[in-house]
Write a protein of this length. Structure first.
Length: 187
């Protein structure tokens, strides 16, 4: 009878979990049924590239939290990126984007700012939140360690891992004895 190495099975399970999370993000409800969600599964050396860029941001901004989270995501076997084409308009003229109309929003210059491109339509931003929530629900149901990271998304944006996305969130996954994404340094 063959014996399967548990750690390899966990790694494969986490990759399968990330795939199912991408499905959850895709099938999550969207404003008006208009789907502008993007997903990508990152693993292997690409995780280290994200961590290194987070450390670079920490140095540029003199903000240690970026480095702490970079160390934290090195525990990840896989990361799911969920992004949105948020610079597209939903066309309701609600004004939440800061413009008087969707037409004015559409005509406004869209550019990369500190971490993300904008301005963004509030409906597209809400769609991103719902998609991310659906994805982490799936991870939770499958008992995978996970957490939503803003900083992973910012680094992924700088690295152009999802060039069409104006906003990106990252969800690292691992299978540890204790969820490593909720460790805190108390001072």
């Amino acid at each position: 009878m063959p014996i399967l190495d548990g750690s390899e099975q966990e790694r494969q399970g986490l990759l399968q979990t990330a795939n199912l999370m991408a499905v959850s993000a895709r099938t999550a409800p969207k404003s008006g049924g208009r789907d502008d969600i993007l997903t990508a599964v990152v693993y292997g050396e690409e995780i280290e590239k994200i961590a290194l860029d987070m450390e670079k941001i920490a140095n540029e901004r003199n903000q240690e939290a970026w480095s702490q989270q970079a160390q934290n995501i090195r525990n990840a076997e896989v990361i799911l990126l969920v992004g949105v084409k948020g610079t597209k308009s939903y066309v309701t003229n609600c004004g939440a984007c800061g413009f008087d109309s969707c037409e004015a929003f559409t005509k406004a210059e869209k550019k990369l700012r500190q971490d993300f491109a904008g301005p963004n339509c509030i409906f597209k931003t809400l769609d991103l939140g719902i998609a991310v929530g659906s994805a982490v629900k799936t991870a939770s149901l499958l008992n995978a360690d996970n957490r939503i990271f803003y900083r992973i998304g910012a680094a992924a944006t700088r690295l152009r891992l999802m060039p069409e996305a104006s906003l990106i969130m990252g969800i690292p996954l691992s299978a540890k004895g204790k969820n490593p994404y909720f460790d805190r340094v108390f001072r």
